[in-house]
Ligand binder design. Structure first.
Ligand SMILES: *[C@@H]1O[C@H](CO)[C@@H](O)[C@H](O)[C@H]1NC(C)=O
Ligand SMILES: *[C@@H]1O[C@H](CO)[C@@H](O)[C@H](O)[C@H]1NC(C)=O
Length: 202
C-alpha cells in the first residue's frame, strides 16, 4: 500500500504542478478575453446567445471591438447561408410544391434570405477594408455596414411573415425556428456594429 501511495504522490507532484502552472499563466488573459466578450454582449438584445455564439472566438477577437463586430457578422452570415440553402432545398420537395401557400412562403423566404446573405456579405467586406476610427471615411463605412445589417434584419423578418397563412406543421416550425435564430444573431451583430461605430466616431 505504502509504496503505491508514495508513487501516486510522486505522480501528482510531477504532473499536476506543470498543469497548474500552465493554467495560471495562460489562463488569466484567456479568461480576460472571454470576459471582454461577455461585457461587450451586454449591449445586445440577446446577450446569452451573443456570448455562446462568440466566446469560442475569444483568441481571434483579442479584446478588439472591431474584430468582435466582424466575427459576429461572419457568424450571422454563415447561419443565413445555411438557412437559405435549407429553405431552397425545401422548395424542391414535392410535398410543398403541391401546396400553393407553402410553396409561395418558401419561395419568398428563400428570396429574402438570399438578399440578407448579400447584405451581410457586403457588410463583412466593408468591415475588412482599412478603417481609421475618427475619420470621415470611418463614419461613412460604418454607416454602410449599419444600413446593410438593418436591411438584412428586415429581410430575415419578412421570411417568417410569409408563413402566417401556412398551416401549422413540422416544416413551418422548423423554418421559423431557424429564421428566429438567424434574426437574433443578426440583431446582435448589428448591436456590436453600432457600439463600435459609436466608440470609433470621435
Ligand atoms: C484583464 O484586463 C484588464 C484591462 O483590460 C487588466 O487591467 C487586468 O489586469 C487583466 N486581468 C488579468 C487577470 O489579466
Ligand atoms: C441542400 O441540398 C444540397 C444538395 O442535396 C446539400 O448538399 C445541402 O447540404 C443541403 N442544405 C441543407 C442546409 O440541408
Amino acid at each position: 500500500m505504502k509504496p503505491l501511495l508514495f508513487f501516486l504522490f510522486l505522480l501528482s507532484f510531477l504532473f499536476l504542478r506543470p498543469i497548474a502552472t500552465l493554467s495560471s499563466s495562460g489562463g488569466a488573459t484567456a479568461a480576460n478575453d472571454t470576459e471582454f466578450i461577455r461585457a461587450s454582449c451586454y449591449v445586445t438584445l440577446y446577450p446569452n446567445l451573443c456570448y455562446s455564439s462568440l466566446s469560442g472566438y475569444a483568441d481571434a477577437v483579442q479584446q478588439d471591438p472591431a474584430r468582435l463586430a466582424r466575427i459576429a457578422i461572419s457568424v450571422s452570415l454563415s447561419k443565413a447561408r445555411h438557412i437559405a440553402s435549407y429553405v431552397s432545398n425545401l422548395t424542391r420537395e414535392a410535398e410543398y410544391r403541391a401546396d400553393p401557400r407553402a410553396s409561395s412562403a418558401l419561395r419568398d423566404c428563400f428570396l429574402n434570405m438570399d438578399d440578407a446573405v448579400d447584405e451581410i456579405c457586403s457588410s463583412l467586406k466593408e468591415m475588412r477594408r482599412v478603417m481609421v476610427p475618427g475619420s470621415e471615411s470611418f463614419r461613412f463605412q460604418m454607416g454602410n455596414v449599419q444600413t446593410w445589417m438593418s436591411a438584412a434584419l428586415t429581410d430575415e423578418e419578412t421570411c417568417t411573415d410569409g408563413f402566417d397563412d401556412v398551416a401549422e406543421g413540422p416544416m413551418k416550425t422548423a423554418v421559423c425556428k431557424r429564421a428566429v435564430k438567424v434574426k437574433k444573431l443578426t440583431s446582435n451583430a448589428l448591436a456590436l456594429v453600432n457600439s463600435y461605430a459609436e466608440k470609433g466616431a470621435n
